[in-house]
Design a protein around this ligand. Structure first.
Ligand code: 3HC
Ligand code: NAI
Length: 698
């Protein structure tokens, strides 16, 4: 790409304008273009240089697609040093998002101007690395260590006004970035302003770095990059500039070679790839101007909130006026939260609550809705009655969706005259907070209905994952398998507390038993009863003590006790003393002699169960690609992002080792540990899940 950076000369000023859509990433062509541009400006007698970007943004960072590949010269640190060392006056003009390497180029420039809508930041820690082109050395010299640490370890984007206040940019001005950059450079030349190289500034004042590292570690929950970034900033205080840069590079390379970097970059690209499906290509979604929600309980009220916040008017139907009023109360409560957090203004709050939200008990009021989401009780007969009624009142072309957690969408669609217009939209609790939406495709679901599900999710700011029909779809099906693996370990000698601790050490925000307490133990109890009624395979190992716990009235946080006792509040959880005796009684009744489990074995069994079921889900086509499973677990189940998702994690561990474990455990329990055919096939062919992602890229 010869013109990745376009050179222009206006009087004494040379303009280097990057042109590398979509985000002017600093790939090899751009880096070469900047080097050549600086050489040319110096050679042809310019007195100042303006660096800016064409299109939607100044440089949004290094080109992430180059990571993990052999480095190509010139490298970004060299480009930044070259710019900073120039005898000419260098001005960067920022718009869009000047992120990562982008901000590092700007910090190497001698002056910085930005449009008011510009945002700057060093988001490297979010993709598992640290600012590696001088950002950890230059930013603290410019704005001080405390402010720099906060920006670098959070990776957050800083608006132009705040950036000006902090001193990251010198001036904020509206206009075309090229034009304001040029005018600024001309005025600086006219004033005789000096070159200002950040590398010439003295070392910044240190802070208590032991305390900073301890605090960052506590927040990072096992993620390396923020902690490594603090060490790099420490070097800015303690070493001369060049040695600080060398230390930054050393720490950068350690992270670059880490599994966490691979996991986080996998997450970055998968988040974007997840909505790219062949069946959506060229398919326009149906119009979505008004929606309806049925059932205003936990889920329905959250779904309605999410739709209202996305700007859609919502009609909510409940069974009685009292239930409708209660639903309104829940939705208004959610919206008050949004108002408090500044997500909506007071005026928007009033419009939404007074005009956009309507409550009803009359099906006739649903006739205008383009899409109706059902969130009533999880019982097939109730769902069927509701869908038959909806079919009668919904206008032609209106889409009928169910938020069911486990039930068969095809069976539900059959009671309507329009199975092509029926799909599952499986939200997660709380629905206005959780980012995941499983879009469940039935046998008859039309492509534009699927596209509309994705469109709704996008408008709500969700990560949408396409799922096929099966008991629990992608996420809940896999969850029930890894939870079973944990239950088996408890029967054999582990405790729920050891299991939670081991998984929290791995990076989960909460272990499975703390999660169960939060969700309500009655939910699992009801599901076990349903499965019992349907008939359970006699080869499956049963685990009864959770039922005994529920029979004792312990449903988790909502009753104050579950696996844990919450007398001291939700955070101050302590083991419920009733639990271990129930477990010990069950072991004794089953003649099990408990054995010790190491944390490592707990993790290996739990993860292998997760990966094996996930491989079945992909093999059966319930999930289209391994990355769809990874995004489901990341956004719906608290899987630590820095491990990339269970199937990325599996690739990084090595599939042959994982399969060998599964085969070993299958000797004791062949029913539970039956290897997934897809896992066996990948191992036999010496391939992995990433290969499948690549082969199925659209
Ligand atoms: N490298 C390569 N591709 C990138 C990229 C990057 N840094 N940033 C974005 N892209 C790609 C996306 O993958 C996407 O591709 P697709 O259309 O094929 O899916 C396309 O650009 C558009 O991106 P988004 O869909 O995310 O567009 P948005 O407008 O929603 O967001 C953004 C734009 C805020 C710039 C967002 O893309 C982003 O956060 N990008 C990453 C920024 C970043 O992490 N920069 C630091 C990089 S590391 C670094 O600089 C190291 C240095 O310190 C040495
Ligand atoms: P809930 O019990 O809190 O709410 C159900 C609501 O539906 C009640 O307000 C009830 O009055 C109303 N309702 C019942 N029959 C109705 C009918 N015929 N017409 C209109 N309203 C009716 O239940 P929850 O938790 O909100 O679950 C709803 C659905 O969402 C279920 O299918 C459940 O499996 C699913 N789901 C639940 C999740 C959760 O974490 N609670 C997560 C994801 C899905």
């Amino acid at each position: 790409m010869a013109d990745a950076v376009v050179y222009e000369r206006v009087g004494d000023v040379a303009i280097l304008q990057a042109n590398n859509p979509p985000v002017n990433a600093l790939g090899i062509d751009v880096r070469k273009g900047l080097m050549d541009g600086m050489d040319r400006a110096e050679a042809d007698g310019a007195k100042a240089v303006v660096i800016c970007g064409a299109g939607r943004t100044y440089f949004a960072g290094a080109d992430i697609r180059e990571f993990g590949k052999p480095p190509m010269e010139p490298m970004l640190p060299g480009v930044c040093d070259r710019i900073e060392a120039s005898p000419l006056l260098v001005v960067s003009a920022l718009h869009g998002t000047a992120l990562g390497g982008g901000l590092e180029v700007a910090l190497s420039s001698h002056y910085r101007i930005a449009v008011p809508s510009a945002r700057v930041g060093l988001p490297e820690v979010l993709i598992g690395i640290l600012p590696g082109a001088g950002g950890t050395q230059r930013l603290p010299r410019v704005i001080g260590v405390s402010a720099a640490l906060e920006i670098i370890t959070s990776g957050r984007q800083v608006g132009a006004a705040e950036a000006e206040r902090l001193g990251i940019i010198d001036r904020v001005q509206d206009g075309d970035p090229r034009d304001i950059g040029l005018a600024y450079a001309q005025s600086l030349l006219a004033e005789g302003a000096p070159r200002r190289a950040v590398c010439d500034l003295p070392n910044p004042e240190p802070v208590d770095f032991d305390a900073a590292i301890a605090a960052t570690k506590a927040r990072a929950r096992g993620q390396m990059s923020p902690v490594w970034a603090v060490r790099a900033v420490q070097a800015a205080c303690e070493l001369p500039f060049d040695q600080g840069l060398a230390r930054e590079r050393e720490l950068f390379m350690e992270l670059m070679q880490s599994d966490q970097r691979e996991g986080l970059i996998h997450a970055f690209f998968s988040e974007r790839a997840v909505s790219k499906l062949p069946e959506l290509k060229g398919v326009a979604p149906r119009a979505l101007d008004a929606i309806a929600v049925l059932g205003g309980g936990t889920m329905g009220s959250g779904i309605a909130t999410s739709a209202l916040l996305a700007g859609l008017p919502v009609t909510m139907l409940e069974v009685t006026p009292e239930a409708a009023e209660a639903a309104r109360g829940r939705i208004v409560g959610n919206l008050e939260g949004a108002l408090k957090r500044g997500k909506i203004s007071a005026a928007q709050f009033d419009t939404i609550t007074q005009e956009a939200l309507r409550l009803t008990t009359d099906y006739a009021d649903l006739g205008a809705a383009d899409l109706i989401i059902e969130a009533v009780f999880e019982e097939m007969e109730v769902k069927k009655q509701v869908f038959a009624k909806l079919d009668a009142v919904a206008k032609p072309g209106a889409i009928l969706a169910s938020n069911t957690s486990y039930l068969d969408i095809n069976e539900i669609a059959q009671v309507t005259s329009r199975p092509a217009d029926v799909l599952g939209l499986h939200f997660f609790s709380p629905a206005h907070v959780m980012k995941l939406l499983e879009v469940v495709v039935g046998d008859a679901t039309a492509p534009d209905v699927l596209a509309t599900g994705f469109d709704l999710g996008k408008r709500m700011g969700k990560i949408c994952v396409r799922a096929g029909v099966c008991d629990g779809f992608i996420g809940n099906r896999i969850l029930s398998t890894y939870r079973t693996a944990a239950d088996h370990m408890i029967l054999d000698g582990a405790s729920p507390y050891q299991i939670d601790d081991a998984l929290e050490a791995f990076g989960f925000a909460m272990g499975p038993y703390a999660v169960a307490d939060l969700a309500g133990l009655d939910i699992g109890w009801a599901m076990r009863k349903r499965k019992q009624a349907e008939g359970i395979d006699p080869r499956a190992r049963q685990c009864d003590y959770p039922d005994r716990l529920c029979e004792g009235g312990h449903f988790g946080q909502k009753t104050g006790k579950g696996f844990y006792d919450y007398a001291g509040g939700a955070r101050a959880r302590v083991p419920n003393p009733d639990v271990m005796p129930l477990i010990e009684a069950e072991r004794a009744a089953k003649g099990i002699t408990p054995r010790d489990f190491t944390d490592d074995e707990i993790l290996r069994r739990y993860m292998a169960a997760m990966v094996n079921e996930a491989a079945k889900v992909v093999g059966e086509g319930i999930a289209r690609r391994p990355l769809d499973v990874d995004m489901t677990l990341l956004f719906g189940y608290g899987f630590p992002r820095y491990h990339g998702g269970p199937l990325k994690w599996a690739d990084l561990q090595g599939l042959p080792e994982l399969l060998a474990d599964i085969r070993t455990w299958a000797q004791d329990d062949p029913y539970f540990w039956e290897p997934a055919p897809l896992l066996e096939q990948l191992v036999a062919e010496n391939r992995n899940f990433e290969d499948l992602n690549r082969e199925n890229a659209t």
